[in-house]
Design a protein around this ligand. Structure first.
Ligand code: PEP
Ligand code: MN
Length: 346
C-alpha cells in the first residue's frame, strides 16, 4: 500500500498514520519526502478495509493498493507451475490434457460409449454433469446420484478419472466420493460459501470463469479455495458474454496468456461453451493449444441430436476422434516448448 499524506500534513498526523498501519497488522516499509510524505506499507490481510480506514484519517490524501489482491495464486508467490495430479495424469505439467464427455450423464449406454471413445482417442479424463445448473427450471436437471454411479462405472471400465460439477456446498461430500475433480460452473464462480467448502476438501477443483467475470475476479475466487487449504485448482476459460451474437459466448483466448503471466495455476479452455456450435470447437481447440493452455474441456456425445443438454455444441464421437487426430501436430509443438521451458528453468 502507498499512503500519500496531504501537502501540509503535520508530523504528528504522519506518526499517527504509521502507528495505525502497525495496529492493523502491516509493516511500515518506507517513509519518503519532506513536504509531501509518502508511506509504503506491506503485509497480508484485509487490504481494502485497511485502505478505507487510512484514507479517512486526518492528513491523509490518498491510500492505494500497489500489489494484486490475490497472493497464494500469484506468480510472485510461486514462480513454478502448479501441477495438479489426478489418477496418474498431471494438469499443468508436460502433457496437454484433454478432458471430454457429455454435458450431462443421461444413461448407462450413453456414458459408457462416450467414455470408451474418449479413452481410445487419447482423452485423459471423463467429464459429465450429474447435477446440472440449467437456466430454466423446466430443463433437464441431471440424474444426480444415479448419474454419479454411472460415472463410477465408466471409470471402472476405462480407467478415466472423473470430472463432474458440484452446485452446492451440501453436495461436496457426496460428489467427492465419486469424482476425481470437482467442477465449479460459471454460475457459481463467486459462490463464496461453496468456494470455502472446496478449500476444505482434498479433491482438485476445476474452476470455470464466470460469464461476466474479470480475470482478477476469477483469481480472487481461486484465492478463496487456496487460502482455505486446497492448493489444487485448475482454471477454465469457457467464454464470456459480449455484444457478439454469432457465438454462444466469446472465447477469451487472451485470458490464457494473461493468466499464464499472473498465476502459477494451470489454465484450460472449454471451446464447447465458448462457441455453442460444434464446428467451431476444433479451430478453437487448435488455438487453445497454440496459446499455451494446459488442456481442453470438450463436450462429446454419441448422438448429439438427441442430447438432453448442449447438443448443438457437442462433438459426435467421429468428430471428436477427428479433432484429436488433427490436434496431434499442434500438441507435438506444445510438448516441445513445454519441455524446453522446463529445461530453461533448471
Ligand atoms: C458445463 O460444463 O456443462 C457447464 C454447465 O458449463 P458452464 O458452467 O461453463 O456454463
Ligand atoms: Mn454443457
Amino acid at each position: 500500500m502507498i499512503i500519500s499524506m496531504a501537502l501540509h500534513a503535520s508530523k504528528e498526523q504522519t506518526e499517527r498514520v504509521c502507528e495505525r498501519i502497525q495496529e492493523l497488522g502491516y509493516k511500515v516499509h518506507s517513509i519518503q519526502g519532506e513536504e509531501r510524505v509518502v508511506i509504503g506499507a506491506v503485509g497480508v490481510g484485509d487490504v481494502t478495509g485497511c485502505l478505507e480506514q487510512l484514507e479517512a484519517m486526518p492528513g491523509v490524501e490518498s491510500a492505494v493498493r500497489i500489489s494484486a489482491p490475490y497472493k497464494f495464486v500469484s506468480k510472485e508467490f510461486r514462480a513454478a507451475r502448479t501441477r495438479v495430479r489426478v489418477n496418474g495424469t498431471e494438469i499443468g505439467g508436460d502433457e496437454f490434457v484433454v478432458i471430454a464427455g457429455p454435458c450431462s450423464v443421461e444413461s448407462e449406454s450413453q456414458i459408457m460409449e462416450t467414455a470408451e471413445a474418449v479413452v481410445r482417442a487419447g482423452g485423459r479424463l471423463l467429464r459429465g454433469g450429474a447435477f446440472k445448473p440449467r437456466t430454466s427450471p423446466y430443463d433437464f436437471q441431471g440424474m444426480e446420484e444415479e448419474g454419479l454411479k454411472l460415472l463410477r462405472k465408466a471409470k471402472q471400465a476405462t480407467g478415466l478419472a472423473i470430472v463432474t460439477e458440484v452446485m452446492s456446498e451440501g453436495d461436496v461430500d457426496l460428489i467427492s466420493e465419486y469424482a476425481d475433480i470437482l467442477q465449479i460452473g460459471a454460475r457459481n464462480m463467486q459462490n463464496f460459501s461453496l468456494l470455502k467448502a472446496l478449500g476444505r476438501t482434498t479433491r482438485p477443483i476445476l474452476l470455470k470463469r464466470g460469464m461476466s467475470s474479470t480475470l482478477r475476479e476469477l483469481l480472487m475466487s481461486a484465492e478463496y479455495i487456496v487460502a482455505h487449504g486446497n492448493p489444487n485448482v485448475v482454471l477454465c476459460e469457457r467464454g464470456i458474454r459480449t455484444f457478439e451474437t454469432a457465438t454462444r459466448n466469446t472465447c477469451d483466448l487472451t485470458a490464457v496468456a494473461v493468466l499464464n503471466e499472473l498465476t502459477h495455476l494451470p489454465v484450460i479452455v472449454d471451446p464447447s461453451h465458448s462457441a455453442g456450435r460444434r464446428r467451431l470447437v476444433p479451430p478453437l481447440s487448435r488455438a487453445a493449444v497454440a496459446i499455451g493452455a494446459d488442456g481442453l474441456l470438450v463436450e462429446v456425445h454419441p448422438c448429439p441430436e438427441k442430447a438432453y443438454s448442449d447438443g448443438a455444441q457437442s462433438l459426435s464421437i467421429p468428430g471428436f476422434e477427428g479433432m484429436m487426430q488433427e490436434l496431434k501436430p499442434y500438441i507435438k509443438l506444445w510438448t516441445e516448448s513445454r519441455v524446453a521451458e522446463g529445461a530453461a528453468a533448471v
